[in-house]
Ligand binder design. Structure first.
Ligand SMILES: [Zn+2]
Length: 250
């Protein structure tokens, strides 16, 4: 009976050690993936911005070209009005032609001002596009350089994880099914399923155990649950604690 509980504790410790490794591997996978995802996201954002900036520039250029054509047409009208003025047969006709000329000149000046403003806007938009293109190229190059490395790292972690999953399946077989179910339920909720006590404190949650419970745990090998964190708890003598800590960290 006593040997059996000791064996159960050993089996739980072996399983908990594999689970700790799996947790690290899972975290590593997530970290590598999110680094890659964030670079990809950045590139997508830049490409989206470039698309908008290019459409904006095309709209400015289109309007500017329309205004340039308008100015050209009004210049022709101006020429026409000048001829009309030269041909004026009386003062009334001359005045009318003069007014037409002045109006056209004003319209042409306004349109030319607009063309000037649009040219400035277009230059600004082009500079922004150039900067975004350079940034996108930089991110794309970085992604190209790291992607291969990250992919092989991911594959390596995946294969280690698969190997540890196999080890876990073997470790699970050494734990009595009912105990395993309790362990795994706690592990899923708390991240880890077992805890030790040496001085009457749960080493997982640092809460003091009721003296009677600690007394029972210390009297003979026994697996109980910590009343605070519900992890499966057992007693580890002071000298064994040091070696347990070393094996936990390695
Ligand atoms: Zn606890």
């Amino acid at each position: 009976m006593t040997a059996s509980v000791t064996d159960q504790i050993r089996a739980l410790e072996a399983l908990a050690a594999v689970d700790a490794e799996l947790k690290v591997l899972g975290d590593d996978l997530q970290q590598e993936r999110s680094a890659l995802d964030s670079q990809r996201g950045k590139l997508n954002e830049l490409e989206e911005k470039l698309k908008n900036d290019r459409a904006h520039l095309a709209a400015i250029d289109k309007l500017r070209n329309e205004y340039v054509v308008e100015v050209r047409t009004m210049m022709q009208q101006l020429e026409h009005s000048r001829e009309k003025m030269n041909r004026a047969r009386n003062e009334r006709e001359a005045n009318a032609a003069q007014r037409e000329l002045e109006e056209l000149r004003k319209l042409i000046r306004d349109r030319e001002d607009e063309v000037g403003k649009l040219t400035t806007d277009a230059d600004g938009a082009r500079q922004q596009i150039d900067a975004a293109e350079q940034e996108a190229k930089k991110v794309s190059d970085e992604l190209g350089a790291t992607e291969g490395g990250v992919r092989s790292k991911l594959a390596e972690i995946e294969s280690r994880k698969a190997e540890r999953e196999t080890a876990r399946a073997a470790a699970v077989k050494d734990v009595p099914p009912q105990l395993y179910r309790r362990y795994d339920m706690i592990r899923q909720k708390r991240g880890t399923g077992i805890a030790q006590t040496t001085t009457g404190t749960c080493r997982a949650c640092n809460m003091s155990l009721p003296p009677q419970l600690f007394h029972r745990l210390r009297r003979e090998p026994m697996i109980e649950q910590c009343p605070s964190c519900h992890r499966l708890i057992y007693y580890v003598p002071p000298q064994a604690q040091a070696s347990a800590e070393v094996s936990e960290k390695s």
